[in-house]
Write a protein that binds this ligand. Structure first.
Ligand SMILES: *Cc1c(COP(=O)(O)O)cnc(C)c1O
Length: 215
């Protein structure tokens, strides 16, 4: 099936209040343009240099989402154009984002990545670490970053009940923080295999690659 068709089918299935980020890692500029022509404007990449190369070649009304693990020394390449950074998993990365944002007189929106999966390998903070960061004076002093929510990835498993319980946990934590931090508007959870579970648990942004562009 075509990219445009996959995209329209997906849009039809998700509520209009949920933002769809089309994940284009390893996909060509031609493939991205097919989605763009079909009306898609939010795109996600997991490598800063690949995203920057595509940013340079593609229409400037695209909103670029950095969804991958961040290397601080590369933040400078995307600071001037990135729309939302989903995967912040170290405080020092926030410090670097703040520094680069300042150079461009911008405030960059970020999400803190939380570790909800059972796998050891997935990046992210614990709930306690997130609470400590949000309450810290150090965060207050970073005037060019705006922490607007959380991002999480469920365990890679066929067990839907487990995925649901991980997303449920994340969503509850998000809503608890939202009471204290009015900036909290955004919960990034859900990919091709689990976006419908994520939406049922309250996701506001889903990150979908293979269901649009093929495996
Ligand atoms: C690749 C990727 C996605 C999209 O995965 P699909 O299974 O292709 O939908 C979502 N989030 C992150 C962080 C990714 O790296």
């Amino acid at each position: 099936m075509s990219i445009a068709k996959n995209l329209l089918q997906l849009k039809y299935k998700i509520p209009s209040t949920v933002t769809l980020v089309a994940v284009t890692k390893t996909k060509s500029v031609t493939e991205i343009m097919e989605a763009y022509e079909a009306g898609q404007r939010d795109f996600g990449e997991n490598k800063i240099q690949e995203m920057t190369a595509k940013y340079q070649q593609l229409p400037k009304d695209i909103r670029w989402h950095m969804i991958g693990h961040l290397q601080s020394n590369k933040v400078k390449y995307m600071a001037e154009y990135v729309h939302l950074i989903h995967g912040v998993d170290k405080f020092s990365t926030l410090v670097e984002i703040d520094k680069q944002a300042k150079k461009h007189h911008l405030i960059i929106d970020c999400l803190l990545q939380i570790h909800i999966a059972t796998e050891e390998t997935k990046f992210g903070f614990s709930t306690h670490e997130i609470e400590a960061i949000l309450a810290s004076d150090e965060l207050q002093s970073l005037q060019n970053v705006n922490v607007i929510g959380l991002m999480g990835m469920a365990t890679f498993t066929e067990d839907k009940a487990q995925i649901q319980s991980e997303f449920h946990f994340l969503s509850q934590f998000f809503h608890q923080l939202k009471i204290k931090y009015p900036n909290f508007t955004t919960l990034s959870m859900g990919m091709s295999s689990d976006y419908s579970i994520a939406i049922s648990e309250g996701s506001t942004i889903i990150r979908v690659g293979s269901a649009i562009f093929g495996g």
